[in-house]
Design a protein around this ligand. Structure first.
Ligand SMILES: Cc1cc2nc3c(=O)[nH]c(=O)nc-3n(C[C@H](O)[C@H](O)[C@H](O)COP(=O)(O)OP(=O)(O)OC[C@H]3O[C@@H](n4cnc5c(N)ncnc54)[C@H](O)[C@@H]3O)c2cc1C
Length: 171
């Protein structure tokens, strides 16, 4: 029986694990993979205390901190969370079962994409799903937003913009 079970090992889940394990609570992180969205982030420059770091480096440090304090890690995709008299029962798709007094949901999100040519290739390199994250990286005057996706590409000093969902093309 764990004190705290955290679903997801992105920045949020690993931070929660670090705090939980440091308080000497028996802590387990169940996750599909480590890093989450930060794995797609070439450079993070707005994490307090870190000037600039690749996303993957940030979460590897968080993982080291969390496990250093005693948090355990299990690989698996959680498919069921059930409340019972002593806490929660958490099951993964591949049949693992864990019991915990508390559960923290930190399974983040998968950005919705348009599925258009060029999108995969340039994701994180000009095609972004987060204006707050990437807007400041582009020192050109205007942003253009389509269905939550910001298409910005700076090439040879000129600004190139994505077209709307109807056009189905990144230019
Ligand atoms: C290209 C890109 C650039 C970005 N740049 C910046 C930036 O510069 N600055 C900034 O502040 N933010 C940036 N962001 C946003 C930032 O990365 C996210 O806000 C942050 O990583 C979210 O962390 P999270 O832990 O909440 O979720 P996620 O990172 O989404 O992690 C979720 C975790 O849960 C796991 N998971 C999901 N479902 C299950 C399940 N059923 N069972 C078990 N595990 C599960 C996943 O495997 C993953 O480990 C960027 C995002 C992207 C995609």
């Amino acid at each position: 029986m764990y004190d705290v079970l955290i679903i997801g090992a992105g920045a949020a889940g690993l931070t929660a694990a670090m705090y939980s394990a440091r308080k000497k609570l028996k802590t387990l992180v169940v996750t599909v993979e480590v890093g989450g969205q930060t794995n797609f982030t070439a450079s993070i420059e707005n994490f307090p205390g870190i000037e600039k770091a690749p996303g993957i480096q940030l979460t590897q440090t968080l993982l080291k901190q969390a496990t250093g304090f005693g948090a355990e890690l299990a690989n698996g995709k959680v498919s069921k969370v059930e409340k019972n008299s002593s806490g929660f029962s958490v099951q993964t798709k591949d049949g693992q079962k864990f019991e915990s007094k508390a559960v923290i949901l930190a399974f983040g999100k998968v950005p919705r994409t348009l599925g258009i040519p060029g999108e995969d290739k340039f994701f994180g390199k000009g095609v972004s799903s987060c204006v707050t994250c990437d807007g400041p990286l582009w020192h050109v005057p205007r942003n253009r937003l389509h269905d939550g996706l910001l298409f910005r590409q700076k090439s040879g000093g000129t600004e190139r913009k994505g077209r709307s969902r109807n056009d189905r093309q990144v230019v």
